[in-house]
Design a protein around this ligand. Structure first.
Ligand code: CMP
Length: 149
């Protein structure tokens, strides 16, 4: 069972897409493990996006992610990293496949609505950065008996 850190970014929150995005993951069969609506501090933003430091879009990205609240979540399931990224789509909305969230609701790179972990290792690091251990809820969805082998 893998876990992925998912952020509905400020553009998704401001555009009223939190419910739509959660629904996509719920319908996909993933299990919500943690969720919090929060204002991101510059310190947290810089730690989360440390890998992008020095890139042309870095400062704009920090400004953007701290500009309004985000919905931070952890979703779990078999192959959750791939499943979440597949549902989210490629970074740029115009390159994302039809039916993905970014294709259906975004056009460009910065305002791409969602962050999703790109590997199991990064997911665990990101989850530890955004959530305390006691904020991660252990439970099982009844649908898992009919979806997970
Ligand atoms: P995310 O998956 O959160 O990871 C890094 C983020 O940087 C990305 O989503 C976009 O929001 C943003 N990003 C990536 N490429 C660019 C770009 N060329 N211009 C502006 N923002 C970008």
């Amino acid at each position: 069972m893998e876990r992925s850190l998912v952020l509905v970014k400020p553009d998704g929150v401001q555009r009223g897409l939190i419910g739509e995005i959660i629904t996509r993951f719920e319908h996909r069969g993933l299990r919500l493990v943690a969720c919090k609506f929060m204002q991101v501090s510059p310190e947290l933003a810089r730690k989360h996006y440390a890998v992008h430091e020095g890139k042309s879009f870095y400062e704009g990205l920090i400004q953007f992610i701290t500009s309004a609240p985000v919905m931070a979540m952890v979703w779990a399931g078999p192959d959750a990293i791939s499943a979440v990224r597949q549902t989210v789509g490629k970074t740029r909305g115009t390159e994302a496949a039809p039916g993905t969230i970014r294709h259906d609701f975004a056009l460009q790179a910065r305002y791409n609505l969602i962050h999703a972990s790109d590997s199991v290792e990064n997911a665990e690091t990101e989850i530890a950065l955004w959530f305390k251990q006691e904020e991660l809820v252990e439970w099982k969805r009844c649908t898992e008996d009919w979806m997970y082998e």
